[in-house]
Design a protein around this ligand. Structure first.
Ligand SMILES: [Zn+2]
Length: 242
């Protein structure tokens, strides 16, 4: 099977600590992952943001021990300790893949019905599932999974945590100027005339895993607004969140 890399897979590996969760959320997420059961939903609108979060969580799953099966389309770069398979493309293949049931099952690709059925069985039998979902928020990610065929009752029963991950262009500190109540990067030699330098990771955690240990956290939209007020990102980034 040919391994074809795309540019998103080559993005920097963030690790759980680099996802952009605040410290309380990160602690709650790590604790929930250590429990090793239930469904963990990773939502992000772009493939690069999703793949970064997915690889970070699967790497943690490998370190926690147990078997890790990752169904990917297209295949990602090799992940030490995980069995990575392209697909599944047929129900027979999916059934074969699930025997014996892995401790961790990851899905990073199209939300095929057969793959989701495997995910539900894994979680109902006491395993853990990691689902990468193309969505900009927790609510839309859960809606997307419902649309793909997962009944809401199962989602409510099985989902332990939803992590939403975004990467926001960071304004260049050398050339940002106050502009109409916000900040604007006008471009300079330090940023190659782009006005921005690198990206700021932002992530939020919702779901029972967080509710058990912490009061509700500020929404990502509120966080990106306060970053814009401080001149870390532009108001255009705020508009992208809404
Ligand atoms: Zn600059």
């Amino acid at each position: 099977m040919a391994l074809v890399l795309d540019a998103d897979d080559l993005a920097a590996e963030p690790g759980l600590g680099g996802l952009g969760l605040d410290l309380e959320e990160l602690a709650a997420f790590e604790q929930a992952l250590a429990g090793g059961r239930g469904v963990f939903v990773l939502a992000a609108p772009t493939r690069g943001e999703r793949v970064g979060a997915y690889r970070a969580v699967l790497a943690r799953a490998v370190r926690l021990g147990g078997s890790v099966l990752s169904l990917e389309a297209p295949l990602l770069r090799p992940l030490d300790g995980a069995v990575q398979v392209e697909g599944p493309t047929s129900s027979a293949e999916a059934v074969a893949l699930a025997q014996p049931r892995p401790d961790w099952l990851g899905l990073c690709g199209p939300l095929e019905r057969i793959a989701l059925r495997l995910a539900v069985d894994t979680a109902l039998e006491g395993g853990a599932v990691v689902l990468a979902v193309p969505a900009p928020s927790a609510a839309t990610a859960l809606g997307r999974l419902e649309f793909a065929g997962l009944p809401r009752t199962l989602l409510d029963a099985l989902v332990r945590a939803v992590v939403v991950r975004r990467e926001v262009p960071r304004l260049c500190p050398h050339c940002r100027v106050a502009h109409e109540g916000g900040w604007l990067g006008i471009g300079c030699a330090a940023c190659g005339e782009q006005g921005t330098r690198g990206c700021l990771p932002l992530a939020s955690l919702t779901g029972p895993a967080l509710a058990e240990v912490s009061p509700p956290r500020p929404a990502l939209t509120a966080r990106v607004r306060s970053l814009a007020q401080r001149g870390e990102v532009s108001w255009d980034s705020v508009a992208d969140f809404c």
